[in-house]
Design a protein around this ligand. Sequence first.
Ligand code: FDP
Length: 331
Amino acid sequence: MSTRETTLTRHLLMQQQASPGATGEFSVLMSQIALAVKTIAYDLSRAGLVDILGATGDINIQGEVTQKLDRIANDAFLQAFEYGELVSDLVSEEMEQPAQIQGNTDKGKYVIFVDPLDGSSNIDVDVTIGSIFSVHRRPAGSGDDLSRALHLPGRQQVAAGYALYGPNTMLIYTTGKGVHGFTLDPRIREFLLTHEDIRIPSRGSTYSINEGRRLEWYPSTRGYIDYVQQKDKATNRPYSGRYVGSLVADFHRTLIKGGIFLYPADPKNTNGKLRLMYECAPLAMVIEAAGGRASTGTQRILDLVPTALHQRVPLLIGSSEDVTLAESFYK
Ligand code: FDP
């Protein structure tokens, strides 16, 4: 590494210096998130070699089988925020109630929402998975009052982002002004700035949806997918289909190359599958900061006011023109 390369720490310090009044707390918070990501990446890198693959035998709040690595990733986030009095509580896909962070009880300025290991069903087959995080200012309250006060709309997020555990480990974040991507350099275990100010193309030529659910789809979803599959040179159709089945991986491809990802509602899953507060809202903040759009089909994701911490919502996310066109099928 040349000392001229921009590490995450250097990048955060530069951002801090450019923001009058910044206290440096956010930089420390991002370093804590980076620590959790590095810990998880290390555990994943030896997953097939030590006994951490497979299920724990428990079912999580979503009614899904908890994998051992889900638990390990959740603990990595809980431990990364211990002490320092920055983060008071963590809301996670893996825990029914918010967890107080050890050493910071009722003290931290921030609360974190996290999907510690997104795409869990891909863990055992060595396919890219990730973590998704959302940072909010801590509202007043404690116990049940705090849980209710945490029903915060995505537009109030202070920052959001995700990590990818794939051929590279990447960390992507935004505070609303620009989306920046860092790649973990395994030699020095530091994140280096590799994707500065990511912008999503205004239109793509790829769609991403679980087509196995086609028979369940509402006519609106079927109508839009039929549209992208039709031939039309002028609009670059038919689009190519790509579906990894890990939201972060499908999202990252869409962010870099353009196009659209959909996890719509259907008559069986009337709110879709994905969780608002730690999947859809953080990715919506990232996509909007990159020039794209995120919608339920009828409403902007960032404007939704949650009614429950683990609420699900339909998601259409990607290039602005593609999402706008898809929405026209849901009116
Ligand atoms: P998983 O169930 O493997 O954890 O949010 C969970 C998620 O994966 C997303 O990462 C992914 O986009 C989606 O569910 C996949 O769901 P389907 O299997 O229904 O396509």
